[in-house]
Design a protein around this ligand. Sequence first.
Ligand code: GAP
Length: 441
Amino acid sequence: MYTNENLMEKIISLCKRRGFIFPGSEIYGGLANAWDYGPLGVEVKNNIKRMWWDRFVRRRSDIFGLDAALIMNPRVWEASGHLKEFSDPLTECRKCHERFRADQLEDAHACPACGGELTDPLQFNLMLKTYLGPAEEKANEVYFRPETAQGMFVNFKNMLDTMRPRLPFGIAQIGKAFRNEITPGNFIFRTREFEQMEIEYFIRPPKNNEWEEQFDMWRREMEQWIADLGVDASRVREVEIPDGERAHYSKRTIDFEYDFPFGRKELYGLAYRTDFDLKNHEGYSGENLKYRDPETLEEFWPHVIEPTWGVDRSVLVTLLEAYREDAEKKRVYLKLPPKLAPYQAAVFPLLSNKSALIEKAENIYKSLQSSSSKLHVAWDERGNVGKRYYAQDEIGTPWCVTIDFQTLEDDTVTVRDRDTAQQVRKSIAELDDYVKEMIGW
Ligand code: GAP
């Protein structure tokens, strides 16, 4: 477990102070559990999404990308079972009227806030409802999608017709999902609007449990992903979800749980959805959603393994794992994996009142920041160099490049490492390659 006290408070404060994540609608007093990603937060979030898309879509020939509409025909949610099944037990205190999720309470009868008596739990549907068009009537009711998955099932036929894939193959999507959570909270851990990265991986109807091989393949992929975010494996548990506690569509689920400072909670999930979704969508839509084997011409509904990742929870664990306090040097730094950091490097002139230094530094900054380079580079000329180092440490910039008087003579610069605070001298010509090599690009 974490030894750093008040870690969540420290992270939330750093996020606000340094432009990672702001409270949503702040000038109006905020909106409970809504958060806005600022300039640095959106970089980390986009880097995570890019790493995921690159790994699972662009570097694989068996997975196809999709970006489906957020609001879908409401019949989708009848077919998927969400209208009937996607609910949590809601209970309310008769005295203080606070509401809770009954399945998360230690005592199902006493209010944890005031000790008052709790009502019998009612199933509360988590889908967020709205109306399309000007009339607020039943016929115009629609839902914001509670998972990105259904966009992939309803486009299954389009994928077969356009991409002509052979089994096994997958559809991948990154996008927003909405849930009217009863107890949102813990910063960006549980919100009502959040983002998911999901894959529906279609396999042959299993004989002799061969789906378990594919399940294990995805389990290993997810373990590797978690390691690449910089997460310490000792803080992750893979938990088999027992019968009766899994989502309505799942025959097997493993939750990847993480030791958050507020307790051990779900980070990601892996489920075997069988042919539940395709079969139901065929039943409700009347469209043939079977796969036809090109060799045997046999038709069947493929089965599905679904690995799913929360984007916001990925950002949160990345920040929690990266946070460091260096008592000796009296500094805070974020030990982010360099390719996930908001900036890969920062460039400074040693002094901000020497035009020769500034001019030289600006040229180096422009060349590192150029479109042919994948690097995102910060510029800083405020205060003294020591303060600039600390400011970059706090936002996780792995390397700081300083242009000094020696640079004007021999075209070398100092490169300071965020984690060790050590400096090395490098020639300007090798700078771009040096940083990329250190990142592993
Ligand atoms: N399609 C399967 C599915 O949606 P889930 O376990 O309900 O499964 C997947 O959600 C992931 O989405 C979770 O593992 C978590 O990372 C993220 N997630 C779910 N609800 C969330 C919420 N209210 N706020 C932030 N992330 C959430």
